[in-house]
Ligand binder design. Structure first.
Ligand code: ADP
Ligand code: 5GP
Length: 211
């Protein structure tokens, strides 16, 4: 039996402001063989963001339609806006043998984990809460109130990280990208994902060296 190997579902998650977006962008630049799952959202585009590239920017009614039609693998309300992961592309890429990366919040990641326990769940941590605060402030898109809310939530969200498979500290972007790439590489080498290699040698043994 020669079944095509499934791609790997890679979930990178962590508290808002940890640097998921930045790190995932660099990871994808260094590893163009990994597909990216573009989320749908009802939040407005930030400067420089493009529809169909960073997100699918939808109206609330359009998003609710996707929920009702069962087109989302998961969805969550994050800071007053809907965010969700379209299912179709993920199924296509995985059955095509391609890895696909999801950069989603912790609620979403835990919901995906229930449906895809065989996925790779990586939690990105800030080096410290002080650094997290500086990063959120530096991004400059928060009011004081929303900054406080994000920081308060971050502390609780960090606890959720204990349910993931791997933890990576985002001290420098370069180092975090390299660590994630190593984790992905290691995951590909798990015995359960490589039974075909054993099978191939067993077949060769049967053919050329007798049973
Ligand atoms: P998230 O996607 O987790 O909300 P972002 O990628 O938007 O986080 O990063 C938040 C801010 O922190 C951005 O201004 C980004 O440039 C900065 N940042 C991300 N990673 C690092 C890092 N390793 N060192 C310094 N600044 C970083
Ligand atoms: P931002 O508005 O800063 O782009 O994202 C806010 C939060 O929503 C981030 O933590 C981001 O990871 C998360 N997010 C982005 N896409 C999705 C998604 O499809 N599902 C879920 N659950 N969260 C998402």
């Amino acid at each position: 039996m020669n079944m095509k190997k499934q791609g790997l579902l890679i979930v990178v998650s962590g508290p808002s402001g940890t640097g998921k977006g930045t790190v995932c962008d660099e990871l994808l630049k260094a590893h163009p063989e990994i597909a990216y799952s573009i989320s749908a959202t009802t939040r407005s585009p930030r400067e420089g963001e493009k529809d169909g590239e960073n997100y699918y920017f939808l109206k609330k009614e359009q998003f609710e339609q996707m929920i009702n039609r069962g087109e989302l693998l998961e969805w969550a309300n994050v800071y007053g806006n809907y965010y969700g992961t379209p299912l179709k592309k993920i199924q296509e890429k995985l059955s095509d043998g391609q890895d696909i990366l999801l950069e989603i919040d912790t609620q979403g990641a835990m919901n995906v984990q229930k449906k895809f326990p065989e996925g790779l769940y990586i939690f990105l941590l800030p080096p410290s809460l002080k650094t997290l605060e500086e990063r959120i402030r530096g991004r400059g898109s928060e009011t004081d109130e929303s900054l406080k809310r994000r920081l308060g939530n971050a502390v609780n969200e960090i606890e959720v990280g204990k349910n993931y498979n791997y933890v990576v500290v985002n001290d420098t972007v370069d180092a975090a990208v390299k660590r994630i790439a190593m984790v992905i590489d290691a995951e590909h080498r798990r015995v359960v994902r490589n039974m075909d290699l054993f099978e191939k040698l067993e077949n060769e043994k049967k053919l050329n060296y007798g049973a």
